[in-house]
Design a protein around this ligand. Structure first.
Ligand SMILES: *[C@@H]1O[C@H](CO)[C@@H](O)[C@H](O)[C@H]1NC(C)=O
Ligand SMILES: *[C@@H]1O[C@H](CO)[C@@H](O)[C@H](O)[C@H]1NC(C)=O
Ligand SMILES: *[C@@H]1O[C@H](CO)[C@@H](O)[C@H](O)[C@H]1NC(C)=O
Ligand SMILES: *[C@@H]1O[C@H](CO)[C@@H](O)[C@H](O)[C@H]1NC(C)=O
Ligand SMILES: *[C@@H]1O[C@H](CO)[C@@H](O)[C@H](O)[C@H]1NC(C)=O
Ligand SMILES: *[C@@H]1O[C@H](CO)[C@@H](O)[C@H](O)[C@H]1NC(C)=O
Ligand SMILES: *[C@@H]1O[C@H](CO)[C@@H](O)[C@H](O)[C@H]1NC(C)=O
Length: 489
């Protein structure tokens, strides 16, 4: 917890060194850049056009007013133009994700102009000062784009700004101030501190581009702040894994590798970038997000519909849809690349038999597919299983199993010893009503990724008690409900 405090104070009060050797710079040094006049501040914002993947090579710098720089850098005004905008920095160096993102973009869009907006020296400051510089950096990008429009008739609709953390808000200021309307802004876990709850003019907002898509990966609040902004600020706002806890980022996972609590935060915050890189690299394994009013409803599996543009690809492949402000979308992901998995909505009516009102069952399901089977998957029913009513829940599988063929529902006894305890109880009391008995006759399933719907019926027995399972196969009556609308691949 101590390092968390240091991090928060780094974020809000003082500039810190990198990693474990947290160095608190004295105010003078940190404010050094502030005393320089405005003109030289401009000089501190550089436009580094990348052709090579090697970030150690200097690249080529575009300069407003220097026409030759366009030619030198091989700027192609008819191709896509992508600006990458980094965020606040503790180290004063590019973080390693920058190389990965540049490399993924260059591979995916071979002709695009990929430009790093380098404002490192203005970002390597006390956090509030770096925040204070975001507007100026955004203005500078707007000036660059206005010049490109004048010089080269650059169509703004081909311009895509990708901003991480504070960089997302920089992109917002660029969009506000540019002459015309930008094609797209992608916000990768936009910074929360000093932006949460402020007016649209002072943060990234849907009006800043024709299409604004946002990935939120670290919105968990601690001590009244969250590193990533919680509120929706784009046309679509995607919250992978609820936007709070990313798989593979827990202290245990990260400790094994790096052993620093700060690494946990970096892992969660930076996950937005890695999901975006994944979307560039794994075109044939896309992740889908589904519109939902909140994470709890999504967790219940209520929101797996693609009707009326309610679902979308995440990351680079996200499709622009008619202006739809602050549409919150959710998905679950794997812990590593490729991050995409498969979502299933399951509905089953659970009948209460033999007065099992207090049964409180723990269910698992195992899915048998045409290609593969899943493990036994825990059925997470946030408010507990409801009896005598239809329960809806979400099942997520990491593997592609092909068309779903069979389902096994099992009622896990908390432990084997508990299970044998039940058995001995049954033996010692002839009064069998002591064993809870529930009944499930069929399970209706909708696959999020294909939008296919099926009904599965219990083969023989329909009743289930602790330690038992029931098997379901596709029913004749509900063989396959025709999907209303398939996803366009
Ligand atoms: C920077 O420019 C603004 C207006 O453009 C001006 O008000 C301000 O005094 C300038 N600051 C410095 C340090 O020159
Ligand atoms: C510029 O980009 C366009 C569109 O991607 C492409 O057709 C053209 O060949 C490119 N020109 C050069 C010189 O690379
Ligand atoms: C931002 O800079 C302006 C002057 O340019 C100053 O008045 C203001 O207090 C600064 N805000 C913060 C949060 O440092
Ligand atoms: C469910 O219905 C059964 C009878 O079908 C009844 O005995 C039981 O009390 C009901 N349980 C609940 C929780 O409604
Ligand atoms: C047997 O069940 C009845 C109700 O069906 C209950 O009143 C009784 O207490 C039970 N006896 C035992 C030993 O559990
Ligand atoms: C359920 O109750 C009925 C009578 O109420 C009894 O015949 C049956 O054996 C019970 N089933 C179980 C599994 O306890
Ligand atoms: C799968 O379901 C079919 C009916 O759809 C059934 O015939 C078959 O036995 C089931 N297989 C398993 C392993 O449960």
């Amino acid at each position: 917890m101590l390092s968390f405090w240091i991090f928060i104070s780094c974020l809000t009060l003082v500039a810190c060194g990198h990693g474990e050797n947290t160095v608190i710079k004295d105010g003078e040094e940190a404010f050094g850049e502030m005393s320089t006049p405005n003109e030289s501040l401009h000089y501190l914002i550089k436009y580094n056009m990348r052709k090579s993947l090697d970030l150690d090579l200097d690249g080529c710098y575009l300069q407003v007013g220097r026409k030759e720089s366009l030619q030198e850098c091989g700027f192609n005004a008819t191709a896509k133009t992508i600006f990458i905008i980094h965020g606040w920095t503790m180290s004063g160096l590019f973080e390693s994700w920058m190389t990965e993102l540049v490399s993924a973009l260059i591979q995916r869009e071979t002709e695009a102009n990929v430009i790093i907006v380098d404002w490192i020296s203005l970002a390597h400051q006390l956090y509030p000062d770096a925040v204070n510089h975001t507007q100026r950096v955004g203005l500078s990008i707007a000036q660059m784009l206005n010049w490109l429009q004048d010089e080269h008739q650059l169509p703004l609709s081909n311009v895509h700004l990708i901003g991480y953390s504070l960089g997302a808000h920089v992109a917002g200021y660029a969009g506000t101030n540019v002459r015309g309307t930008l094609g797209r802004i992608t916000g990768l876990d936009p910074a929360g501190p000093m932006f949460e709850g402020v007016g649209e003019g002072n943060r990234l907002s849907p009006d800043d581009a024709d299409f604004v898509d946002v990935l939120h990966t670290y919105t968990r609040e601690a001590l009244g702040v969250s590193i990533g902004i919680q509120q929706p600020i784009g046309d679509i706002d995607i919250y992978p894994n609820g936007g709070e806890v990313q798989p593979g980022c827990s202290l245990g996972d990260v400790l094994a590798v790096a052993g620093n609590f700060m690494e946990v935060m970096k892992c969660e915050h930076e996950r937005a970038v890695h999901l975006f890189v994944d979307s560039l690299m794994n075109k044939d394994h896309m992740s889908f997000a589904f519109q939902c009013t909140g994470p709890d409803r999504f967790k219940k599996g209520i929101c797996l519909s693609c009707r009326k543009n309610r679902c979308n690809n995440i990351g680079y492949n996200a499709k622009k849809m008619r202006k739809r402000r602050n549409s919150k979308m959710y998905l679950k992901t794997r812990a590593d690349t490729p991050f995409g998995g498969y979502h299933y909505q399951m509905k089953m009516h659970i009948f209460n038999r033999n007065h099992s009102d207090n049964a409180d069952p723990t269910f698992h399901v195992k899915l048998y597919g045409a290609h593969d089977d899943t493990e036994k998957l825990f059925v997470d029913v946030p408010n507990g299983v409801g009896l005598n009513l239809t329960n809806t829940f979400l099942v997520f599988t990491e593997e592609e199993i092909g068309d779903l063929l069979n389902i096994t529902l099992s009622w896990e006894a908390p432990s084997d010893s508990w299970n044998s305890f039940w058995k001995s109880l049954k033996q010692s009391f002839s009064n069998k009503t002591a064993t809870p008995v529930l009944e499930v006759r069929r399970i209706r399933v909708k696959a999020g990724e294909t939008q296919k719907m099926f009904t599965f019926c219990a083969h023989d027995k329909t009743e289930i008690s602790p330690g038992e399972s029931v098997s379901f196969g596709k029913c004749r009556d509900g063989w396959e409900v025709k999907p209303r609308k398939r996803l366009v691949a």
